[in-house]
Design a protein around this ligand. Structure first.
Ligand code: NAD
Length: 423
């Protein structure tokens, strides 16, 4: 399929071009063969599908969906399924490439993929969402398989969507291939708290980066942008470690406290009200004021592109830990580097979710569930190892951690490509 990048770029910013440039930079730092950089600058395969949906009203509508395999040199493709009204194939290509990099940084035996449907799930009934999911599963079935490509939840999809997706493929194949999809409900071979794993991985990175810099977490200030699946648990987890959560915001507004917000009370409030805005045990702030609250650690856990030039100039943080995918623009990256601010990049910091998916896949293949303690201690061990590898690569090459993470990932992917050979 040929793709016109300009037709598919979002508001002038092409996330695919941005990640291709970062992969090329990492590849050159790692001194991988030039043909590997060229190979990874084109996704391995893309399937575009039309998905007819009969609405509850009886009307028929046609939606567009895609599944992108970016690279499978290190193992089956791995990546989420996203439902969003602004979804473009270029965004999916970038997210699939990011998965190739993440699985390599996290030492998981996977490549990278991503898929989804351009749709607004808020306008669909539950029955319509189920029909749309099942038809999409059938249309992209040739791309999916335990040893081919293993989907998981992403933006606007959850374990129920994964249950419909897996059930459809299992019904038509007559086989309950549990490891074909991750992020499933427990009764279908899932694991508890799939999205909590991403937050746990972020927390491990906060612990490791402060340890590496010889700083103590006790009393350290932290600000969190976004209070969803990933950002939500962070306030509680980080305040439990002795950090002061001085500012939190979501799409509707924010709250700040110099003494530190009560993570438990804030979670309770957000669950009841669907937002942190209006939380009484702190001062109300706007989304813009969030960036001005004095802090030591900044955790973007909301949108991509959230930290642009002005935010990078304003923040007082000395450490940024990227929980969101692509939260820092290339321009802001330069500002942060010039200001000596340490950035733990997304392709390292938010790999807790995909690592947990790997554990689900491994247990489903084994047909044997690990006890939760084994799961959580292995998750921490994986995160610590990938942090240590990236940190030491950054020191060895004298580059920021993002460039080091891309260099590490490109090196691992290149090794697999080289040893497998081209035919
Ligand atoms: P979510 O939809 O559950 O939460 C998003 C949060 O961001 C919400 O609190 C929302 O109000 C807030 N937000 C949206 N627009 C905002 C704005 N303009 N200003 C301030 N806050 C805003 O999403 P999530 O699953 O928590 O994912 C958050 C980020 O983490 C995304 O970039 C996602 O790609 C990434 N990520 C998620 C996972 C996972 O396991 N869920 C794994 C890896 C990466």
């Amino acid at each position: 399929m040929s793709v016109d990048p300009k037709a598919l770029s979002v508001a002038g910013f092409d996330p695919w071009e941005a990640i291709v440039a970062r992969m090329a930079q990492g590849g050159r730092l790692a001194e991988v063969p030039e043909y590997v950089i060229d190979l990874l600058a084109v996704p391995k395969r893309i399937l575009e599908v039309s998905i007819p949906l009969r609405r509850d009203s009886g009307n028929l509508e046609v939606y567009t969906g895609w599944r992108v395999h970016h690279d499978t040199s290190r193992g089956p493709a791995k990546g989420g399924i996203r439902f969003h009204p602004d979804l473009t194939v270029h965004e999916l290509m970038a997210l699939a490439a990011s998965m190739t990099m993440k699985t390599a940084v996290a030492n998981l035996p996977f490549g990278g993929s991503k898929g989804g449907i351009r749709c607004d799930p808020r306008t669909l009934s539950k029955a319509e969402l189920e029909r749309l999911t099942r038809r999409f599963a059938l249309e992209i079935a040739p791309m999916i398989g335990v040893d081919r490509d293993v989907p998981a939840p992403d933006v606007n999809t959850d374990e129920q969507v994964m249950a419909w997706f897996a059930d459809t493929l299992w019904m038509v194949s007559g086989q309950s291939a549990w490891a074909m999809v991750t992020g499933k409900p427990l009764v279908m071979g899932g694991i508890s708290d799939h999205s909590g794993a991403t937050a746990t991985g972020v927390v491990t990175c906060v612990q490791e980066v402060t340890r590496a810099l010889g700083q103590s977490l006790e009393g350290m200030r932290v600000s969190i942008q976004g209070f969803g699946h990933v950002g939500g648990p962070l306030a509680f987890l980080l305040s439990s470690l002795g950090m002061r959560v001085v500012a939190v915001c979501d799409v509707l507004g924010g709250v700040a406290s110099r003494a530190g917000l009560d993570g438990g009370e804030l979670s309770k409030y957000a669950t009841e009200h669907g937002t942190v805005a209006g939380f009484g045990l702190g001062d109300s702030i706007t989304r813009d004021e969030f960036w001005e609250v004095p802090t030591d650690v900044l955790i973007p856990a909301a949108l991509s592109g959230a930290i642009d030039g002005p935010q990078a100039t304003k923040t007082t943080a000395s450490i940024v830990v990227e929980a969101a995918n692509g939260p820092t623009t290339p321009e802001a990256d330069q500002v942060l580097a010039d200001r000596g601010i340490m950035v733990v990049p997304d392709i390292l910091a938010n790999t807790g979710g995909v690592t947990s998916s790997y554990f689900e896949w491994a247990q489903d293949r084994q047909g044997f569930a690990w006890d939760p303690t084994t799961h959580s201690s292995r998750l921490k061990a994986f995160m610590k190892r990938s942090f240590a590898e990236t940190y030491s690569k950054a020191n060895q090459l004298s580059v920021p951690m993002r460039q080091a993470a891309f260099a590490l990932a490109m090196d691992k992917v290149a090794q697999a490509i080289e040893v497998r050979g081209i035919y």
